[in-house]
Ligand binder design. Structure first.
Ligand SMILES: Nc1ncnc2c1ncn2[C@@H]1O[C@H](COP(=O)(O)OP(=O)(O)OC[C@H]2O[C@@H]([n+]3cccc(C(=O)O)c3)[C@H](O)[C@@H]2O)[C@@H](O)[C@H]1O
Ligand SMILES: Nc1ncnc2c1ncn2[C@@H]1O[C@H](COP(=O)(O)OP(=O)(O)OP(=O)(O)O)[C@@H](O)[C@H]1O
Ligand SMILES: [Mg+2]
Length: 285
């Protein structure tokens, strides 16, 4: 049988609907929790650019605050792209260089190891999260996350770093779809065509670190997650190698802890995270 789950199938979705749904979600959520707006980290990458653009459509430019937080591994073009986008959207922005903050970690932590690139890279994401929450606290705003469905499902984010946010507007949109959305939102070409990278260390790219392309990841996730296929069925339907499918699935299952609130052992009659559930903007008593 010819593979029928192709990238075209992932890309061929109703972007008008996606845009309307997300804009409506942001507006309703921010208003119903009584926040004054949203704070976002702008990296010059596709995810934060699309999210920022949707925030402005939902809330208006005066209710969106952008933080541009370069480190020495951030290419100057990224800073330029982020500033250009903030100006294009008309939002207020601050540029905060995080080099000295990160340097204070290496100079004060006795166990600090310069060679631990992933652990040290995660510090950058957690420094940025701390700064975003500082601005949110000062302005009675919430922190908008930028994780897309692909990154969230494979756990490709720093727990409580870029994962430490209040809402995830593009969290149900695959990376390949986010790029298409970016084009439709009129984002500059330099942003839309830029290869994804967390820029946590010199030369890092997402596809290089993961060892698989987002085009493949998205097709495989659609089969495994949306269509609930087992790896064998997913292989028939996508034509991708079984070992690649299993590798992606392994990432999904081993990172479930990143998508949950911390686990609590059951002791009482109702336990947080197990059978205590409440809507986040419930006003009743
Ligand atoms: N089963 C489990 N239950 C509960 N907690 C568990 C756990 N397994 C690990 N943990 C905890 O999780 C920690 C590991 O998670 P974490 O600290 O996130 O670290 P980790 O997943 O190892 O690293 C983050 C990954 O995300 C990538 N990243 C980061 C930031 C941005 C982006 C981007 O796309 O822009 C990508 C980064 O390149 C790296 O590959 C462990 O040290 C442990 O504390
Ligand atoms: N230099 C930076 N300044 C401000 N925020 C940043 C910076 N680097 C990362 N971030 C924040 O961390 C988020 C996660 O980074 P990530 O690289 O996944 O997203 P992106 O750069 O927007 O898109 P892509 O995944 O395509 O690179 C960013 O979307 C942004 O909110
Ligand atoms: Mg990036």
């Amino acid at each position: 049988m010819q593979p029928w789950i192709t990238l075209d199938r992932i890309l061929n979705v109703n972007y008008d609907y996606i845009e309307r749904r997300i804009v409506d979600f942001i507006r309703t959520y921010v208003n119903s929790v009584g926040a004054k707006g949203a704070v976002i980290g702008l990296s010059g990458g596709i995810d934060s650019s699309v999210t920022a653009s949707l925030l402005v459509r939902a809330l208006g430019k005066d209710k969106v605050l952008a933080l541009i937080m370069p480190y020495k591994t951030t290419p100057p073009e990224d800073v330029k792209d982020a500033i250009q986008l903030a100006q294009m959207l008309g939002v207020k922005y601050d540029v905060v260089n995080i080099d000295p903050i990160r340097a204070s970690f290496s100079s004060t932590i006795p166990a600090f190891k310069e060679s631990e690139i992933v652990a040290n890279g995660n510090i950058l994401a957690r420094i940025r999260m701390t700064i975003l929450y500082y601005y949110a606290n000062l302005n009675n705003m919430i922190v908008a996350g930028t994780g897309d469905k692909s990154e969230l499902l494979i756990g490709y984010f720093t727990k409580y770093g870029d994962g430490g946010v209040d809402i995830l507007p593009i969290g149900d949109v695959y990376k390949s779809q986010v790029r298409m959305l970016g084009r439709r939102l009129g984002l500059p070409d330099s942003i839309v065509t830029k290869p994804s990278s967390p820029r946590l260390w010199e030369g890092q790219t997402a596809e290089g670190e993961l060892g698989v392309s987002y085009a493949d990841i998205d097709v495989i996730l659609h089969a495994l997650v949306d269509l609930r296929m087992n790896p064998q069925k997913a292989q028939e339907a996508t034509g991708k190698p079984l070992n690649l499918i299993e590798q992606v699935w392994r990432r999904v299952v081993t990172t479930e802890h990143k998508r949950r609130t911390p686990v609590v052992p059951r002791i009482g009659l109702r336990t947080i995270g197990l059978d205590w559930r409440m809507p986040v903007h419930y006003n009743g008593y």
